[in-house]
Ligand binder design. Structure first.
Ligand SMILES: [Zn+2]
Length: 293
């Protein structure tokens, strides 16, 4: 019986092909299985990518088995995929389903990316924390966790992200760091050369979800751009926005400085996507390719 059914399905598909039916007619026909499209993609630690999906009712995307946010645009939908710096290099899939039926599968292979090492000197009190500073840093971490746990559900930004400054990049994303010859860490942001008082703009439209002094990043502004994309501006000498403000791309949000755990005046720009710090320069490139094809 099973064999007979399979033969019948093959026959129906065969007939529809023979009759020259289009893909659209095939998929709209109830008795036929949808043809699953398979797409091979690569991603590296700290990368972020945008997926263009057809705008359909009852459409869902699952990456690594987890349902993802989909933002509906005028003629298509957009989803965001990232890979953590702390990757285990396991391949994964993103499955796009329409009415619970698999339509497209993206097969991601995680490629290697090498990160250099750098040494730097910072204030010893930011390496060996006093009890008071430990308590402060802990309290601030709780505030940050809460901020990153909720985001505008759809794209709140407009078009590609831009670099915050056009000055020399003094430290790239991902370098392994040794502070004061004793503490190891990773630099999960991009540092731009900036004297104290340089104007710092928003890298895209967003909502100010934090504007305050933090132990590690000093005076800091965090913007929520929607879809779990946040940008962080650290070590500022002054914040010029308040929590709850909506800012447009290139609006002034603060002045650069040397506050918090910093080895000299500069702007630290961090990008957090789906709870992980990713490479902001990749976000700039990928969003440019995606929104300005
Ligand atoms: Zn930095």
């Amino acid at each position: 019986m099973k064999l007979a059914m399979s033969a019948l399905i093959v026959l129906i598909i065969g007939c529809s092909t023979f009759q020259g039916k289009t893909e659209h007619q095939k998929t709209s026909s109830k008795e036929l299985k949808r043809e699953v499209i398979s797409i091979d993609e690569t991603i590296r630690p700290g990368d972020v990518k945008f997926l263009k999906l057809p705008k359909m009712a009852d459409a869902k995307l699952y990456c690594r088995g987890q349902e993802q946010r989909i933002s509906e645009g005028e003629d298509h939908s957009t989803a965001v995929v990232m890979e953590s710096y702390f990757t285990e290099f396991k391949p994964f899939t993103c499955e796009f389903k329409i009415k619970d039926e698999l339509a497209t599968v993206y097969n991601f292979t995680v490629m290697e990316r090498r990160f250099n090492e750098e040494t730097l000197r910072v204030s010893p009190r930011t390496i060996k924390l006093s009890q008071k500073d430990q308590d402060r840093a802990w309290q601030e971490q709780l505030v940050l966790n809460k901020i990153y746990a909720s985001s505008h559900p759809s794209l709140f930004f407009k078009g590609p992200f831009v670099k915050p400054l056009n000055s020399k990049v003094t430290s790239i994303y991902g370098v392994r760091r040794i502070y004061n010859n004793e503490k190891k860490g990773q630099h999960l942001g991009t540092d731009f050369r900036a004297p104290i008082g340089e104007k710092v703009p928003a890298t895209n439209r967003g909502k100010v979800v934090l504007a305050r002094d933090l132990f590690y990043t000093g005076y800091t502004v965090i913007l929520d751009h929607g879809m779990d994309i946040f940008t962080v501006y650290g070590h500022l000498s002054k914040t010029l926005v308040k929590e709850g403000d909506i800012v447009e791309k290139k609006d002034l949000i603060g002045l650069s400085g040397n506050t918090g755990r910093s080895s000299g005046p500069h702007l630290h720009w961090g990008v957090k996507v789906q709870g992980q710090y990713v490479d902001g320069m990749i976000l700039v490139d990928e969003s440019k390719k995606f929104f300005l094809p």
